[in-house]
Design a protein around this ligand. Sequence first.
Ligand code: 6R9
Length: 656
Amino acid sequence: MSEAEIKLYNPSAAVQAAAHVSGMAAYQALCDEAERDYEGYWARLARELLSWKTPFTKVLNSDHAPFFKWFEDGTLNASYNCLDRNVERGLGDKTAIIFEADGGEVTRATYSELLARTSQIANGLKGLGITKGDRVVIYISMSIDGVAAMQACARIGATHSVVFGGFSAQSLRDRIEDTGAKAVITADFQVRGGKQLALKSIVDEAIALGGCDSVANVVVVKRTGAPISMTAGRDIWMDDLVAGQSTTCEPTWVEAEHPLFLLYTSGSTGKPKGVQHSTGGYLLHAALTTKWTFDLKADDVFWCTADIGWVTGHTYITYGPLALGGTEIVFEGVPTYPDAGRFWKMIQDHKVSIFYTAPTAIRSLIKAAEANDAVHPKSYDLSSLRLLGSVGEPINPAAWEWYHQHIGGGRCPIVDTFWQTETGGHMITPLPGATPLVPGSCTLPFPGIQATVVDETGKEVPWGQGGILVVKKPWPSMIRNIWGDPERFKKSYYPEDFKGQLYLAGDGAIRDAKTGYFTITGRIDDVLNVSGHRMGTMEIESALVSCTELVAEAAVVGRPDDTTGEAICAFVVLKRPLPVGDEAKAIAKQLRDHVGKEIGPIAKPKDIRFGENLPKTRSGKIMRRLLRSIAKGESITQDTSTLENPAILGQLGQNY
Ligand code: 6R9
């Protein structure tokens, strides 16, 4: 970007004056403090932001790098930090959660109420024999009980693993098996967009698939009360589990490194990996980034629209805002129901002041707003907003400008936050009262985060030159391990190419030649980002070829999509003659449904193309670059002379 093209948005004097980090000099001072005394900086913040049962004396332990330990001799409890201490500070009657159901009904929970509910669930789980170190899978929709269930696990030292409600029985089964969970917490149904989805019956199906012998109990939250089947001796209603339980429960104090949660995410190879997070370091960054990036204050109404099934929901719904005693929205539904004005109406109704969502949602709501004034943000009073955020994928400048003008009224800074499941919290992001904004850039590293751009040998490249995004020093909220697979952890994140010294994010990046601002250029591995959801191309390929009666071979690539960022495009070789017309359409539908069953609806390929075979190199490697060009509809400029059967290019050009 040339200087003339860069449009800077400086924080207004009022925004800057009121912010926790006020002005670039304050930002720089924090970066300098971290530079001068890295451990001292994080230790200071860990003491300021968290309450410790046993104060830590050690900060960072790198003896077994890259298996780093932070604050290892300190003990604490995440749920104590999020709930009890707010009540002790006099915030017992403050609203912690404003829950809005799909149909619009609103329920509120104060800090005292959330603490009581969490404690009852915690006591109930203890009654089922769940203790420190046990794993609990949570497969539930957005609800106060969803948050309370996570907090309850944290309270008793059980490690939770939340599985997004959109994943299939097969995916759920894989995660249950990998975690060895003792219990599953679910709901009878999930209600989204006016439709009911039978969550509990998916849990039954997952367990029936086998490999889930570790599960002794299934706890079921009643959402609709429509009939479901309950297995005697195994299944118990949440209402019955908590009935008669005390509303107090002494927190189980755990070491800072105790695994707070496992969250499965996609990599470039193999099955989804269980990203393991710590208690102390993770909670520190959750609280700190909520304070500095979102500038959360006592009277804010904070709304992160993510699902608790994703890391964004963990850090910026379940932990960060609660650790600071904030008030937040938890929303069960979808942005387009009953119409595409739902988000704007909710901001108006609840006087939301900080709003955090994904570019894909913004892009789809722009389309809807442009087509219909009734759902255009101008038809709502959004004057309560003071800060906007974006996460999950790059936000294109056009969407940024619309978000800024139409949602933020031209006055709200936008924090474009780059981070990952593995990083626990924000890594590269503006701070609203300090950083001048550039649409499409996530700007500068969070103070203390040593992000940079290197070449394939690990050497830093000059600003203005694209390369690989890495982090030079360990940080408190970083991934600790891949559950049960330390070798894969090392290979994935601290590869030998960089002598095991640099954290590899898996994204490409470029820093502006003049400002040093970062722009993320997309994944450098075979991970797709569809509507902000991460998916491995290999996972989808395996799902396709597992349809053994139909599929001989499959290759999956991403292609750009105006709304979802990337779209999944599958190239399939069938075990039968090449289909055309309606028959091809019917088979494509069958394959989409199959992938939906294997992984979940979010993984269904948008495009399906059939060929008698796939383009391969002489050594038999699938020519993925060529497939990407075909998927984009580009004319083929690559050398295709080595193709065994050039006719397939014509076949693969047809999209079903
Ligand atoms: C929090 C989350 C991580 C991947 C990441 C990158 C992409 C996330 C971004 C962004 C550009 C941003 N990503 N935020 N790309 N700008 N502000 O999304 O975690 O689901 O693990 O995805 O998402 O590619 O590597 P996760």
